[in-house]
Design a protein around this ligand. Structure first.
Ligand code: ATP
Length: 214
């Protein structure tokens, strides 16, 4: 997939509001593969809603969302499944890890769908993110910041054309944020993928090509 286009999209929840000043809602915006975007907004403006539309978990909007000129309203369940396995990866704001599985199992359960990364490569990410000692610990026993790092590793353990990172560093210190940004961009560059980071204010210091106010 080369591009994602939002055309006059407006979430139903905002349909009664005349007071919308957004560079995405009701506008035309094109996200291109291989480019890096920051979507900034205050709480409640719809960052998670935006991600849910791109990943097909929600469809409560007017307007059109196009993947390479195809309106995603025509997508069937199988199309969305294929998309999530091989084209769009999503780091959820609320992570959605399985607390009863270990950190490694959480990554492996995704990686096994495509066999994209070797165990060695995954272990290397755990090392780089400073949680190698937690690899066999149940996620329910880890801090939120540690879980955030596991969720990023899981998001990277698949092929993708676009990566959506919803508030990826909300619980990380400066050093880990930088490391997370480096790892994320290294993998995105390797795959030639587009990256869309959302932020409420504090964000990873990357060379964003476009900053969009939601
Ligand atoms: N599943 C849903 N169905 C319908 N409306 C929703 C749903 N989830 C959130 N909303 C509404 O959409 C609006 C935007 O919410 P959203 O969670 O996308 O904001 P956000 O910018 O991600 O906020 P935050 O930074 O606080 O997480 C809110 O008014 C919210 O009530």
């Amino acid at each position: 997939m080369e591009k994602i286009v939002f055309e006059s999209v407006l979430p139903e929840v905002f349909s009664g509001s005349d007071n919308i000043h957004s560079e995405i809602w009701r506008q035309r915006v094109c996200f291109q593969r291989g480019h890096l975007y920051l979507v900034e907004a205050e709480s409640g403006k719809g960052k998670s809603t935006f991600c849910s539309y791109v990943t097909g978990y929600r469809h409560d909007y007017s307007g059109r969302i196009l993947f390479d000129d195809v309106d995603v309203r025509s997508y069937k369940t199988g199309d969305w499944t294929n998309c999530r396995i091989s084209h769009i990866s999503h780091l959820f704001q609320e992570l959605r890890l399985f607390p009863e599985l270990t950190a490694y199992e959480n990554v492996d359960i995704k990686n096994r769908l495509t066999g994209f990364k070797t165990r060695k490569e995954i272990e290397r990410w755990f090392e780089l993110l400073g949680i190698a000692d937690k690899i066999n610990v149940k996620v329910g026993m880890m801090s939120f910041g540690q879980q955030q790092r596991v969720a990023m590793i899981r998001a990277l353990a698949q092929p993708f054309d676009f990566l959506l990172a919803d508030e990826p560093i909300s619980h990380l210190d400066e050093e880990n944020s930088i490391q997370m940004g480096d790892i994320m961009m290294a993998e995105a560059t390797r795959q030639g993928a587009g990256v869309i980071v959302t932020s409420i204010g504090r964000h990873i210091g990357l060379n964003y090509e476009k900053v969009i106010r939601l």
